[in-house]
Design a protein around this ligand. Structure first.
Ligand SMILES: *Cc1c(COP(=O)(O)O)cnc(C)c1O
Ligand code: SF4
Length: 334
């Protein structure tokens, strides 16, 4: 149990933890006692997409094991520098989908707001690894424009905070946005797509819980967890605090070679998620982004894994296997 002084210290703590994240591939390799042969590749990958691993996530990685499923998600590898045909910079063609700065409207009834251009961890397989982040941090005036867009379209019932990682933004900024959304009568739900409660569980602090529990909007959080080992006691505790504030928590994963490409790993993930009272939502196949081809699992193999998984889990612990196809009106079930 935490005493009060510790809670006060922690509530200022997530930003400090983020600013102290390991951002040097050499330090990452040293800290985890990895073989030196990995270093040149790590530097090559890092030059394309910078390394970022907060301590709280690093602590869940087994040292001296290059095949650790959490390490593989964050350690740059030489494979990233290899061009593979079909793997491109903007596989989702999102550059074309922006009616206003910071806003992506692709699906009926819900709109994605890029609430923060940065993340708390840089996932090597991320489809946004070539995303022009710097161009997409809207100013206050641009937010007002995006909000006008939402106000003018009463088919929009749900606002989705995305990024980057929206919870990398300040609570003051987020609370302002939520307040503005609450003023739009047809908006019923707020969804937050975030990895922060997983990589820095102290992000779920009093300031976050204050605006989350105060809003009239129904709130859904979609976490991003790919392996059971990501869920330690601190993550379970962070989720319990969110749930107590009325937040429904779901999880989406990406099927990744060498991370969770087995029935056993996917089964353990669903079981562990439910222990934290999180329900599996989507299992995405990899978007074909340049630099991530070594994570690819074919659609056929993914389907086969999920068919076997279905024989082992109750229906409510089965994620839906989907692909994102540019121009499609929803995620496409496989
Ligand atoms: C994935 C996504 C959504 C949410 O889709 P759901 O099927 O409702 O989870 C909304 N907008 C965009 C642009 C998306 O990529
Ligand atoms: S947290 Fe999400 S958006 Fe950020 S790098 Fe990881 S997968 Fe990409």
């Amino acid at each position: 149990m935490q005493d009060t002084t510790l809670i006060v210290k922690d509530s200022a703590g997530w930003k400090r933890q983020l600013s102290r994240a390991v951002r040097d591939p050499l330090e990452l390799c040293r800290r985890l006692a990895l073989d030196e042969s990995l270093l040149p590749g790590a530097k090559g990958g890092h030059a394309l997409f910078e390394t970022c691993v907060p301590e709280a996530f690093l602590a869940r990685i087994t040292p001296a094991d290059a095949s650790d499923p959490l390490l593989r998600q964050v350690l740059p590898l030489s494979e990233e520098t290899r061009a593979v045909s079909g793997f491109i910079d903007d596989p989702l063609e999102e550059a074309e989908q922006r009616p206003a700065r910071g806003l992506i409207h692709k699906y009926h009834g819900r709109v994605l707001l890029i609430a923060s251009p940065t993340c708390a961890v840089n996932c090597r397989y991320c489809f946004r690894r070539h995303f022009p982040y710097a161009d997409n941090a809207p100013s206050r005036a641009q937010w007002l424009e995006a909000l006008d867009y939402l106000r003018d379209d009463d088919s929009i019932r749900e606002a989705i905070f995305s990024g980057g990682d929206p919870l990398a933004a300040n609570d003051k900024q987020l609370a302002w946005l939520v307040d503005e959304l609450e003023g739009i009568a047809h908006i019923k739900r707020l969804r937050i797509h975030t990895r922060l409660p997983v990589v820095i569980p102290d992000r779920v602090d009093d300031a976050l819980l204050a605006w989350l529990s105060a809003t009239r909007l129904q709130t859904v959080m979609v976490l991003h967890i790919n392996h059971a080992n990501e869920i330690d006691a601190a993550v379970v505790n962070a989720c319990a605090r969110l749930q107590k504030a009325g937040v429904t928590i779901l999880n989406q994963s990406v099927i990744l070679r060498g991370v969770n490409d087995s029935v056993a790993a996917l089964e353990a993930l669903s079981e562990r998620l439910f222990e934290a009272r999180i329900l599996p939502y989507y299992l995405h196949v990899l978007d074909p982004v340049a630099g991530a081809a070594h994570f690819d699992v074919s659609d056929d193999e993914a389907r086969e894994l999920v068919d076997k998984l279905r024989e082992r889990l109750p229906g409510f612990l089965m994620p839906r296997l989907v692909r994102e196809i540019p121009g499609a009106p929803s995620k496409t079930p496989l």
